[in-house]
Design a protein around this ligand. Structure first.
Ligand SMILES: Cc1cc2nc3c(=O)[nH]c(=O)nc-3n(C[C@H](O)[C@H](O)[C@H](O)COP(=O)(O)O)c2cc1C
Length: 222
């Protein structure tokens, strides 16, 4: 049996101690830890379990240099041992892909014929009629960013720092890394070990400022 890799921080500690790292040491992330971060990161939920996230794992120096050129010269792109180009695939409504989701669910013991048929009709309808999202890009981002959040928290629980980045030029990243037209680039995620103290914590609004009671705009009390 594979040996369990222990986290160094609890969930609460990982959430409270995670910060956006702007500088990284060159130390690599041990393979078994990186594998575990990816495995747990993609435990993230998705509509119909479609799992549209795709990650281009960039580790080679020359490729990180190219990526940095697409990312407003942000130093964390070349300093971090790994940068993920976090993408969302719009084409998960293809019938062959839906069948692969059904097969996965069947192997996991979570599928039956009527649910499989439901997926075969409901997923194309969701994408054709788009009642639940304004654009396909919103849909891919909704899912991929949730997986990115998982990745950042899981990484921190193993002592691995990260920096999510929206500072990049999409068209340049797509061209440089052969990302197809129908795949959206949602963010970059640099991962590794922070090199210097983080910037001062910027704080978060009180929950009363970001939560409303029952209807948008109504004050919320616990
Ligand atoms: C979607 C997203 C995009 C971001 N883009 C960048 C970026 O391009 N460059 C950067 O240095 N930080 C970026 N950040 C990091 C934020 O500046 C940082 O998360 C925020 O200031 C709060 O700090 P903290 O994460 O350390 O708590 C981004 C964060 C998110 C969630």
């Amino acid at each position: 049996m594979a040996q369990e890799i222990k986290t160094s921080l609890s969930l609460k500690e990982a959430i409270e101690q995670r910060r956006a790292a702007r500088s990284f040491r060159p130390d690599p992330i041990p393979t078994e830890i990186f594998q575990e971060i990816l495995r747990l990161g993609v435990r993230s939920p998705s509509g119909f379990n479609l799992q549209p996230w795709r990650f281009v794992v960039v580790r080679e120096s020359a490729n990180k240099e190219r990526l940095r050129e697409c990312a407003f010269d942000q130093r964390q792109v070349t300093e971090a041992p790994v940068v993920l180009i976090c993408c969302g695939d719009r084409q998960v409504n293809r019938s062959d892909y839906i069948e692969s989701v059904i097969e996965l669910g069947t192997k996991a013991g979570a599928m039956n014929d009527s649910y499989a048929d439901y997926l075969r009709s409901a997923i194309p309808q969701l994408f054709d009629n788009q009642p639940c999202f304004e654009s396909l890009e919103a849909w891919t981002n909704r899912h991929t960013m949730l997986a990115v959040a998982h990745l950042m928290i899981v990484a921190k629980s193993f002592g691995v720092d990260s920096c999510p980045m929206e500072g990049f030029v999409t068209a340049q990243v797509k061209e440089a890394f052969n990302i197809p037209e129908e795949v959206d680039v949602c963010c970059l995620l640099a991962m590794g070990y922070a090199a210097e103290p983080f910037k001062a914590y910027g704080g978060r609004f009180d929950i009363e400022q970001v939560c409303y009671g029952e209807s948008f705009g109504n004050s919320f009390q616990l």
